[in-house]
Design a protein around this ligand. Sequence first.
Ligand code: AMP
Ligand code: MG
Length: 417
Amino acid sequence: MSTWSQAGPRTVSEHAAAVAALLPPTGTEPVALAAASGRVLAEDLTAGVALPPFDNSAMDGYAVRAAELAGASAAAPVELPVAADVPAGRTDVPALAPGTVARIMTGAPVPEGADAIVPVEQTDARPGGGLDRVRIHEAPQPGAFVRRAGEDAAAGAVVLRAGTVLAAPQIGLAAAVGRAELPVRRRPHVLVLSTGSELVAPGGTLAPGQIYESNGTMLAVAVREAGATAEQLSFVPDDVERFRAVLAERVGDGVDLVLTSGGVSAGAYEVVKDAMTGHGVEFGKVAMQPGGPQGCGRLELGGTGVATVTLPGNPVSSQVSFEVFVRPALRAAAGHPAPARPVVTARLSGALSSPAGRRQFRRGLLDAAAGTVSEVGSTGSHLIAALARADCLIDLPADATSVADGEQVAVWLLDAP
Ligand code: AMP
Ligand code: MG
């Protein structure tokens, strides 16, 4: 069997498929409604009650028999006795006797026998009054201002489909049909580990030759933004034993993915490669830029293999590879109906050249109103300040060697979900 490194570079799609194959669909767990925002509904939701649950009034006014008011007008108002008062929440509403009306508030049950609501504005009643007799000066249509039981959803109807991403309106609906919690797809749990002997934690002091560690926090946040949970391990120097020890301590049940950064390219001191080669993780090149050197597999650490993706260390390479390979795989595993970023086309502002045979993801700024996109910074995969100014990735096909000013390009929207 030829290994990836011998077989030559993978395409972006091939490596994306290899990463996705490491993350099977997650199971189901219940969550309280207030915690369900952004989660993926695991089962169809059926309405436990009809919506509305009972015929109720859409207005503050009077519940009437429409036929008794057929002739009512401003010139010839009809006066009737008020037989009952029905505020919202009344549970013992009496039936409406012929020749009477009931004062009723919005959301209150329509008394049996009534078939229309006359708004208070179409009567001589004043707010808080009209509890004895009322003069009605408009003829209601049968059914006027009555909100019918089940007109929004029938009891037992499917009101949300499995796979729905839950936001405020869906969670409001679940509450309206009486659910206190919902079954949702479990979030994948990801261990994030950065490597590099040059790294110093932000807040510390840099000696010459050292840099602040940025990938760990960036990737942990990206994992959470993808709807998964992240545990950021303390970054390790380029020391195979230390690296193995930190992982071995945490890898186990409940870890869906190990995500590392750095130490996977062709130099000396490639700690991730050295620690994982021959232990279930394969390393090689992907025909892309940034993010050429990559690795993935099932790391054998003790018992069963744990899904592992090893990203290159340059911050832009790390983050772009996360976007291209890891984010969609995490979202797919969690049952998200649209795992990929939305892609639009835009006209390129300014010409770009691109290496033959490598798919390039340039950092861009989209002008949605003008339908144009321009590059931010340049191709260097260390340019994290430029990455931070970008709101999209310009996806240049592997076979493109130049793209002219004004040409249509595909753009991945990073600020959309
Ligand atoms: P590597 O992939 O380990 O060879 O690292 C490539 C480049 O990325 C080097 O310039 C590293 O200093 C830098 N780098 C690697 N890991 C990190 C990190 N966690 N934070 C910031 N820069 C990093
Ligand atoms: Mg390194």
